[in-house]
Structure formats: structure tokens, C-alpha cells
Design a protein around this ligand. Sequence first.
Ligand SMILES: NC(=O)c1ccc[n+]([C@@H]2O[C@H](COP(=O)([O-])OP(=O)(O)OC[C@H]3O[C@@H](n4cnc5c(N)ncnc54)[C@H](O)[C@@H]3O)[C@@H](O)[C@H]2O)c1
Length: 368
Amino acid sequence: MTLWGCVGMSPVLLGEPPHVDAQGTALARRLVPAQRGTRAKLRVGVVGLGKQALDDHIPGIAASDAADLVAVCDDDDNVLREQGSLGVASYREFRQMITAEQLDFVVVTVPHNVGAAVVEAAAERGVHVLKEKPFATTLTEARRLAQVCSDAGIELMVTLQRRFNPIYTSFPQLADQIGTAFMIEAQYTLHIDDPSEGWRGSAAKAGGGCIIDMGYHIIDTLLWYFGLPNRILADTSVQARPDRSYDAEDSALIHFGYDSGLYGSLLLSRFIGPKTEHIRLIGSKGIVHLERGHIRRLGNNGQVEESLTRDQAWKSAAVSQINYFCRVIDGSRVNISCPGHNLDHMRFIAACYASAKTHTYVDPKEAI
Ligand SMILES: NC(=O)c1ccc[n+]([C@@H]2O[C@H](COP(=O)([O-])OP(=O)(O)OC[C@H]3O[C@@H](n4cnc5c(N)ncnc54)[C@H](O)[C@@H]3O)[C@@H](O)[C@H]2O)c1
């Protein structure tokens, strides 16, 4: 097993994600300037004007010097009316938008079960796609979409904003200093009062619950740092609100292990507050503790050896991500979150769901 998966053991520059190919192999950094000042901005359409589009992507596009918002789409008339102030062409039907507008790429921020159809419509027209996580709702769908993108020759990048955050990119540098890493302890939890609410309460619409939804981010981070595990054992629950009816898991506890001896646990929940996110890597000569905005290297006795803090900069990842994808399209950056790469995320997730059903270990490489 390669301990670092995509990143490799080489140092990474703060603020810029490492370059990796579709197999997740670290590549030499290409220092080709994008020369945006001399080029037209790329034309972008956004499909799905919900929370993620309005909080992150539309402000990200507005702040970008590489992309221009030219059209938006939502199938809810009220939402379209409310967003009239965006001042661009608006559509109820994404196929119509993709056909009518000369788009360079679409940002896809729709409920998970709608995503595949938008990707297919964009691919048909040769329009690139910046897709909100998850890549797909199932591993089967992911394989099909990877083929669709490859046949159409389009770039699809799944949005994983932690890869654009220097706190996260500095993890491997600190982890290099703690001897032999043998254990990982990770957690991502938050509290939603009613897990049955909206499309997220339905496994058919969301593809699952906390594992495939919010869990996608921390699973990405684990794959980025450590690669795909050799075995996964997961338990999931839909019991946090017995007074509500839903089938998308509210919580999950996942044990994962590597043939190298490294092993770990991941607690995910969309019911257990307060909001917490951390990854702790324990080694023979120290500990690395990563949380939002803060990373520390500790001695094995818990004493802090060094630390790095980033203040209130979370949103800057949105514009970095848009600008980075524009560079992927113009060929000056490697797609760090392409379909081939995200198949591993979907294997990890499929293994969790299979294990939760069978109560046995599942090898994610053999997940179907
Ligand atoms: N990266 C992150 O941190 C992060 C955070 C939140 C959500 N997300 C992701 O963003 C995506 C959207 O999540 P959200 O929280 O914004 O959801 P949301 O429910 O707030 O918004 C979804 C929007 O899509 C619209 N929509 C539904 N079907 C449509 C269709 N057929 N055509 C056009 N529009 C349609 C809905 O009307 C709604 O306005 C999901 O993939 C989610 O996982 C990512």
C-alpha cells in the first residue's frame, strides 16, 4: 500500500493541491501560467440554486477572474423568482439551458439522484462539469458516468474543497515526522434535528445518508492521505429519531484497515452535535491532529511540538476551486478529482453499505 495515496511523500505547496493523474499518482507540478488577463472568461451555468450554489459556487464565480456566470437553472419556480436578482438567463429545465447557452462548463448542485442526468446532458453537448460531491449515487452509476465523460472527452471534477485548504495540504509534511504511523482516528459529526427532512432523508434520492453525503469529504481526505483500505467493516443506524420515518443512515461507525498494518476508525453522524471534524494519525514518534482551521503535531505524550492555524478562510476554497477547474479546462492543471479518481470514493462507500448489510468485512476493491 502507498501510505499517501494521491499525495505521495513529497512536500506540497500550501494553498495549491498536488497534481495527480486518474490513478491518483502524484505528478510533477506544471508551472504553466494561466494568463487569464489575455483570455476570455469561461462561460458557466449553474444547475440547482439551493444552499450550496448560493453559499459557495455563485459567490465563487463572482469572485473569479477566470469564469463568468451566464445562466442558472432550477426546477422550482419560486427559487428561480427569488434568484432573479442574479441578472442572468434562467431556466427551469437543465437540458434547455445546456442546449440554448454556449457554456464552457456547468456547476452541478442538485439533489444526488438528479446529478447523473445533468452530467449526461452536459456530456452530450461537450460541456465540462464541476460536480458537487458525491460523484454518483452508486458505484454502478459512477462507472457509467466515468465512461460517459471519457467518451465525450469532457473534464468532470468533483468538488472537494478541503484539497484547496492549506491546513489539509500540510498534513503529509507533519505526518512525515511522526515515525511509523499505525492508527487513524477520524470523526465528522454535526446535528440536523430532523434527519428525515427533504431529499437527504431518502436513500433512493441521496444514495445513502451521512456516509455518501457529508462523509464524502472526510473519506476523500482519508483516501488522499492513505489510499484505499484493504478491508472495511461498517455499522449504520436510522434510529436517531424513532418518531420520524427515513432510510438514509443518520450515523455510521466504520473500521478500516490496510495490509501494511495501519488501521483506523471513522465516526460519521448527521445527528450527533456539536459540529466536529478531525483526523488524528498516531505514529511511533508522535501524533498529527487535524481539525478545521487548525493542525498540530504532538509528541506521544500529547505535548504540542508545532501547530498551524488558518483564520476564517474557509470560503476562499470556493473561488480557488472555480479558478482551478478553469485551468483544468485550459490544460494548465491536472484534474485532481476526475471520474477515475472518484471511483475509489464510490468503492469505499459501496463497501461500507455492503458491510453494514452483511456485518462482515468487505474489500472495497471488490465492491460492486
Ligand atoms: N461541498 C460541500 O461542502 C457541500 C455542502 C452542502 C451540499 N453539497 C452538495 O451540493 C449539492 C446540493 O446540495 P444543497 O444542500 O445545495 O441542496 P438543496 O436542496 O439546498 O438544493 C438543491 C436545488 O436543486 C434544485 N433541483 C432539484 N431538482 C432539480 C432539477 N431536476 N433541475 C434543476 N434544479 C433542481 C432544487 O430545487 C434546489 O433548489 C449536493 O450534491 C450536496 O451533497 C456540498
